[in-house]
Design a protein around this ligand. Structure first.
Ligand code: FAD
Length: 218
């Protein structure tokens, strides 16, 4: 079992921010360690604290330490207001018994949150493993180990990276054959899935190749 790296989060040290946001090594809220849903809480907290501040001090109070995330959060906030631009539409929405769902903002060109970065990285890793040689040379094996070492050094969500490093120490990369490697990687991904309370994936070659190489059988 691989224990999780302790994370520093916003608490009483950041009274203007909601508790539980993960901080980076410099004590700032870490964009690639939190999700868009976490950022949205900042917008809500910002709105409530600024109205409190305005009541106490008049206008012009400012939330400090967001590192640009108030803008991300306001993207979410703004998206919810765009569906009701006229008072007639607003009245219709208010009268509706069906709960309204907020339109998802287009985040195509936004910096990645932890989920987008994770999905892209797993896609790269599982696809690369699927096309790894069945009989790799010594050089190919050592280059793959270097790639994994480098990834766990530079992965921008630093506490994710530290947990991944720990997991790789306990379970060193198995890169002698393609089949070994795809299964090993599946287990590493499952370690993260368990940590996050997500379902685990069945690490059989049939399932893995179906997902990452061949597609489902027709
Ligand atoms: P993902 O977990 O990103 O999976 C993408 C797809 O892969 C799934 O839809 C499924 O089809 C397939 N899949 C799922 N499990 C497996 C498997 N075992 N083998 C093969 N295919 C599979 N996030 C955190 O919040 N905390 C962390 O500590 C953390 N550590 C990470 C470490 C690494 C090295 C990486 C690459 C990512 C990490 N993440 C972490 C991100 C996290 O794993 C997810 O990528 C993110 O939460 C988005 O999850 P998702 O549900 O979209 O699917």
């Amino acid at each position: 079992d691989v224990s999780s790296e302790p994370r520093r989060t916003t608490k009483e040290t950041h009274p203007h921010l909601p508790p539980g946001l993960i901080l980076d090594e410099n004590g700032k809220v870490c964009k690639v360690c939190n999700t868009w849903q976490d950022f949205a809480k900042i917008g809500k907290k910002k709105q409530s604290t600024s109205s409190q501040d305005n009541n106490a001090q008049g206008s012009g109070s400012k939330v400090k330490g967001l590192g640009g995330m108030a803008g991300f959060a306001s993207l979410l906030q703004n998206s919810s207001s765009s569906s009701a631009s006229t008072s007639t539409q607003q009245a219709t929405i208010n009268a509706s018994p069906v709960p309204q769902t907020e339109a998802e903002p287009d985040r195509t060109n936004c910096p990645p949150d932890t989920a987008a970065l994770g999905r892209s990285t797993w896609t790269f890793l599982h696809t690369t493993a699927s096309y790894y040689p069945q009989k790799p040379t010594e050089t190919q094996q050592s280059k793959m180990i270097s790639l994994l070492d480098s990834l766990s050094t530079f992965y921008p969500c630093s506490w994710c990276a530290k947990d991944f490093q720990k997991d790789m120490k306990v379970n060193p990369p198995e890169v002698k054959t393609r089949d070994d490697f795809v299964k090993w990687l599946c287990e590493r991904h499952n370690t993260v899935n368990r940590k996050l309370g997500k379902p685990v994936f069945e690490c059989s070659l049939g399932k893995l190749d179906g997902r990452w190489k061949d597609g489902p059988e027709d």
